[in-house]
Design a protein around this ligand. Sequence first.
Ligand code: PLP
Length: 388
Amino acid sequence: MIPMVYLDHSATTPLDPEVLEAMMPYLTEEFGNASSVYGLGQRARQAIDQARDEVADFYGVAAKEVIFTSGGTEGDNFAFQGIARRNGDRGRHVITSTIEHDAVLRSAEALERDGFEVTRLRVDRFGLVDPDALRQALRSDTILVSIMHANNEIGTIEPIRELAAVTREHSDAYFHTDAVQSTGKIATTVDELGVDLLTMSAHKLHGPKGVGCLVVRSGVRLTPQMLGGGHERNRRAGTENVAGIAGLARAVGIARRDLEANTAHLTRLRDRLIEGVLNRIPHAALTGHPKQRLPHHASFLFEGVEGESLLLQLDMEGIAASSGSACTSGSLEPSHVILAIGHPRDRALGSLRLSVGKGNTDADIDLVLERLPQMVARLRAMAPISAA
Ligand code: PLP
């Protein structure tokens, strides 16, 4: 079998063995329901309480401000629906950006169907949201602004602190940020960001899939979406995913402990990739911001090549990567993010994302830098349209 070079850490990450170790008891002998009164249940409750303290400490918030969820998609949906349902009497206007994850974009569309008005802020060619544009879009009936902390496809880090400050200064709207990609990569607290709500997901930082949290600052009015028992202080019903929650807490703990070393390692590999690709491949361009970007994230556009074909070639060499394009009903659709930063449809199809992780080595980067130029050249030779 070809050795696997995994360069898709923005899609998901391998479980850290320390995380697995923290989860194991709750997948085996400590299987209790945290709502049960006997010892087995109470030990599960203690594990959740401890995890909540650790996650709260990580974000610099109070434990009661952490609501465990099933991940990023739920967190984004919860923020939109929860705020809209509870605050619809104050106003029916919501602001987001054109480059958000589908979990946010689809949530915004759902609100439109319910009679809310949505403003989608455009971004510049690097994918940045302009605080002035936000200032102009805010209205007296705006109840929610949702701008992602860092973009999954182009790696750009948004000026959340500034955007949240503008929102606070000019409106009564709540500010939500999708921090699924940034958590564990950029050292920050919720106070530093100045946001009211924050969504995260454990599987992007070597935690398990299907678990995350929504941080909700106290005082924020939010209607629960999952109805049932009184779990999560009546805000999110459902028997707690004890193992997942224990894993999530361990994952953020490790991310914080190793942040400095990881950032140095990831940034170095990322910069080698970016420099190598741009130097070796003609008509290649970096997408996203050259500096204000996630430390592990490299994304490109190759003229005259379809990113999807490149993915298949990479896969044959044992290299896992991603392109933002999606195959919808038989035809290839370019990523909405690449279109939003101003590229025409044809060019947007040539996108490739390489996202490194702590397990990657220089040898992995060497392999990509050796193989990728040949693949791009081969595909261009086969393509009917020339790159130049
Ligand atoms: N938001 C962003 C920015 C993401 O990158 C993702 C996952 O790709 C999500 C939300 C959804 O998170 P989850 O996979 O935990 O549902």
